[in-house]
Write a protein that binds this ligand. Sequence first.
Ligand code: GLU
Ligand code: MG
Length: 435
Amino acid sequence: MTAGTAPDELVFVATSDIAARTKGRAMRLADFDDGTSLGWVPANLGIGPLGHIVDDIPFGSHGDLRLLPDLASRTRIDGIPGAHPVTIMFADLVETDGTPWSACPRTFLRRAVEELEREHGLRVRCAFEHEFVDMAETGEHHPFSFAGFRRLEPIGSELMTILDRAGIEPETWLPEYGQHQFEVTFGPTDPVTAGDRAILVRDIVYDLFAAHGREASFAPVVSPGTGNNGVHVHFGLSDLEGRPIAYDADRPGRLSALAGSFAAGIIRHAPALTALFAPLVTSYERLRPHSWSTARAFLGVQNREALLRICPTNEIDGRDPAPQLHLEFRGSDIGANPWLLVGALLRAGMQGLREGLEAPPLVIGELDLDGAHRELPRLPESLDEALDCLLADDIVTGWFDPAFLATFEAIKRDESVFVRGRPLAEQCEVYTRVY
Ligand code: GLU
Ligand code: MG
């Protein structure tokens, strides 16, 4: 290439898999048109976080799929120092005749969204909060400090700008509580777009930190005892006209009966969902009491040890709480594919609606696991236990294609065998290299 000539811009057509890694293929943007799709291989679903196709999956060397881009997801990433702008488009995985592939994680979410609208006349808007650690920093970290914010400049300003230009609607950027920990949040949108945004945020953070000679890790535990990284999902419910339905001033926690049923479905199926939202061996170092994470399946009012938290509303100057009242799911971490995670939460919520479940008991005030809250249901305490719980719940397994589920289990058992016998620091290192 002649010096000074900018290379052609590429479009990366992407999926995200069971390992929650962004994968796909690129081509020249100039060659892309509305009818473009690219080839894909079913066995790729069997590539776990450790980067190899695991044994005993239902997919082999035979078979083909297409990556069918969702044109609405088109996003341009520009502004990473030293990097060319790139366009990314998320794809649904389809058979070679265009029919949806039954094990596609994005289609799983899409279908849950459609069912929520069709059967329940409801819509969800979602947003993600991502926590991660600046691995390169060794100096003193004071939680939430201006000093912590300033020390990382211009990364914070660049990140917010890149996210804004990419249409991701960033909201806040902060030095978090943990050692050299930061958090970035974005605004609520439909669930599929929220999943797409979550994937983009991760890759943009990695690239931007790398461009500054630093390294970011979202792994649930980077270094034991120094704070954990969660991926929290905020979601609000409305009817098809956009009228909020979660708020009822007369009920406990101001949560409507309908939203209470939705929450109850999530709480009831939480033990089975755990392998999906906390899918790494070290996820279980994070899901512990007293770490502003969660070890029990319960709904709490403004409580950060709750699996599901009823979030506060801003009523300054008479702002209306009704459209604001929403739930935050706090159990998840970076190992969870965002589309699968939200899809599973929606399916569990719909199960609660279908059965007309009563709202779960509310924890109001501080959690007391030695006293009043001793009986709250526990979550699994290891990845293997979580897999057993998943496979034992016929409702939850019924949401998935059997080939998908077999692949999920094979990946996670393989990973567990590789990771679990190691000292904790080494386990963390395995995952900080991946996430
Ligand atoms: N770092 C905590 C976690 O692991 C969350 C802290 C917070 O933002 O409330 O989820
Ligand atoms: Mg946080």
